[in-house]
Design a protein around this ligand. Sequence first.
Ligand SMILES: [Zn+2]
Length: 203
Amino acid sequence: MYEGPIQDLIDQLAKLPGLGPKGAQRIAFHLLAGENAEIDRLTAALGKVRDDVTFCAECGNIAADRLCRICADARRDATKICVVEEPKDIYAIERTREFDGRYHVLGGALDPLSGVGPDQLRIRELLKRLAEQSDGSVVSEIIVATDPNTEGEATATYLLRMLKDFPGLSVTRLASGLPMGGDLEFADELTLGRALSGRRVLV
Ligand SMILES: [Zn+2]
């Protein structure tokens, strides 16, 4: 245990995911030993995240404007929507370069034990996009790319039930081959790319 501000910093850092007390201590002492400018840059970046990051009005991705870079890009195929849990999953799929459509971020996965039901996810927004997208295009395929774990599978099953009666809509799911129990972002590009190109039709 250290005294004063340095211990406060360690305590705050240790609350961050993936760090733990040892990692927090290492970062705190690194900052203490470093230049003042480094702390200024970090403080400024944190403030910008708090004040300037917004979410895309269409898909829920992180955006610097009203629409994210992908929704604002007219070259992206608006008839295909890939449904993911978190914005970080978009970046995992983008790295594969296998997908030229748009995305929809749910904001998590169904997890009744933690109080996450359909109303806590952006499912209503997805249904609204199916009825009418802001650029007037009609969606013909929904690719369900939730994580290959229990919550992700439950979410996929729920979405399938909601979407199966939409006329002219095909619902697909990433092919198996992704490590079960995992998180999309941890799949390597090749495996994720294959899962995407080999996606199977559910309805
Ligand atoms: Zn967007």
